[in-house]
Write a protein that binds this ligand. Structure first.
Ligand code: UDP
Ligand code: MG
Length: 151
């Protein structure tokens, strides 16, 4: 069963011109991108997104960071994509991330770590709804493999 996850290239990723490189990783892996847009998160969006971290010492800076410039918001579909996208991203602290992961390769510190990805089915549904309207998700098309196999 295909899952959906919410991926965001955070403002530092956009500012460092990494949009193409990061989108490419998800395309090359073979996932289906069914939502994609550049947007400046509002304070309300950021607070909803990171509600679980409210009250933590890093929370005010996190909200400032996430609203400091545009993000690239994506809905990505694929089998086991929630867990696998987290693997592709690497751990929150880039120094703990495996070599070859997005955070190891590009992030400079734990705070500015380039990318967000949902950590569960429930988070994915919640986060997609914060950033996307239903009609902005284009799920009703076939990948080339599906087209050729006529599935
Ligand atoms: N963060 C931070 N300091 C911390 C922990 C987290 O600045 O001590 C930031 C960082 O940008 C991280 C985000 O808050 O990606 C959300 O934290 P979480 O623990 O959920 O990490 P993630 O799920 O993004 O790996
Ligand atoms: Mg998290």
């Amino acid at each position: 069963m295909a899952e959906r996850t919410f991926i965001a290239i955070k403002p530092d990723g956009v500012k460092r011109n990494l949009i193409g490189k990061i989108v490419t990783r998800f395309e090359e892996k073979g996932y289906k991108i069914i939502g994609l847009k550049l947007l400046l998160p509002t304070l309300e969006m950021a607070q909803k997104h990171y509600a679980e971290h409210e009250g933590k010492p890093f929370y005010p800076r996190l909200i400032n960071y996430i609203t400091s410039g545009p993000i690239v918001a994506m809905v990505v579909e694929g089998v086991n994509v929630i867990e696998e996208a987290r693997k592709m991203m690497g751990k929150t602290k880039p120094e703990e991330a495996e070599v070859g992961t997005i955070r190891f390769d590009y992030a400079l510190c734990q705070e500015y770590n380039i990318i967000h990805g949902s950590d569960s089915v429930a988070s994915a549904e919640r986060e997609i709804a914060i950033y996307f309207k239903e009609e902005e998700i284009c799920a009703n098309w076939k990948t080339m493999t599906e087209m050729i196999m006529n599935v």
